[in-house]
Design a protein around this ligand. Structure first.
Ligand code: PLP
Length: 227
C-alpha cells in the first residue's frame, strides 16, 4: 500500500477511536515521524494531506527541512532528545520542540530564540527504561512554571514515549497518566494546555481513546524503517 492509502486507513482508525469515546476526529492531528525517510516520501505524505512532521535528530533535520520549504503550511516538530549544543539549529528549523525536559534546555532555547517565539511541549518520562528521556512526573509542575515565566516559549502541552508493549492495552495506563498530569497542571497553574502528544503506529488507537491530540506515526504510514 502507498502512503496515501496508509494515511486514509489511519484517519479511519482515528475516527473509530473518537466515536468510541465521543471525541471529534478533527481534534487529532497525525504527525508523520520522518526519521530515515527521504524527501520524496515526505512530499508524498504532504500530498496525501499531512501537514505536521517530526524529526528526531537535528543533523538529519538540517539535511531535510531546508529542502522542503516548498511544502506550504507544513509544520515541523522536534520529537527526539535535544542536546544543548544543537538548540541554535533547532530553533531555526522547527515550529515546535516537543522534548523539553529540563531547565537548562529552557534557558538555552530562550537565549537562542533572540526574541522570536516557539511552541514547546514538556516530555514526561513515565517509563522506567533508562534509555527513555523526559522529566519525571513530580518535576513537571516546576518545569512548566519555569517555561511560563518566559513569554517567548509557548507551552502547548505534554508529550511522552511509553515503553513498548506489543499489546497496546498495556500502554493504556501510561496514556491515562499523561492526561491526568496535564489536567492537574491546568488546574494548578490556571493555564490551558491543548496538546497531548502520545501514541505511535502500534498504539495510537488507544492513545486517541485516552485524549491524544497529536499521534506520531512512522511505520504505519511509510512502512518498515530501513537503516
Ligand atoms: C520513530 C518515532 C515515532 C514513530 O514510531 P512508529 O512506531 O514508527 O510509528 C514516534 N515518536 C517518536 C519520538 C519516534 O522517535
Amino acid at each position: 500500500m502507498g502512503i496515501k492509502e496508509n494515511y486514509e486507513k489511519i484517519r479511519e482508525e482515528i475516527e473509530k477511536a473518537c466515536a468510541k469515546v465521543r471525541r471529534k476526529p478533527e481534534e487529532v492531528k497525525v504527525l508523520a515521524a520522518t526519521k530515515t525517510r527521504n524527501l520524496e516520501e515526505i512530499k508524498e505524505a504532504y500530498k496525501a494531506g499531512i501537514r505536521l512532521f517530526g524529526e528526531n535528530r537535528v543533523q538529519e533535520a538540517r539535511e531535510k527541512i531546508p529542502n522542503l520549504r516548498e511544502l506550504q503550511g507544513a509544520q515541523w516538530h522536534m520529537i527526539g532528545h535535544l542536546q544543548r549544543n544543537k538548540v541554535k539549529y533547532a530553533v531555526e528549523l522547527f515550529n515546535a520542540i516537543e522534548t523539553v525536559d529540563r531547565k537548562s534546555l529552557v534557558e538555552e532555547i530562550e537565549k537562542r530564540l533572540k526574541g522570536k517565539e516557539i511552541e514547546v511541549l514538556i516530555e514526561v518520562k513515565l517509563s522506567f527504561e533508562e534509555s527513555k528521556h523526559g522529566c519525571r512526573p513530580e518535576e513537571v509542575k516546576e518545569l512548566a512554571e519555569y517555561i511560563l515565566e518566559r513569554p517567548n516559549l509557548k507551552l502547548k502541552g505534554l508529550m511522552t514515549v511509553p515503553p513498548f508493549y506489543e499489546d497496546a492495552e498495556l500502554v493504556r495506563p501510561f496514556f491515562i497518566r499523561l492526561r491526568e498530569i496535564k489536567e492537574k497542571l491546568e488546574e494548578e497553574l490556571k493555564v490551558k494546555l491543548p496538546e497531548l502528544s502520545m501514541g505511535m503506529s502500534h498504539d495510537f488507537k488507544v492513545a486517541v481513546e485516552e485524549g491524544a491530540t497529536i499521534v506520531r506515526i512512522g511505520t504505519a504510514l511509510f512502512g518498515p524503517r530501513k537503516y
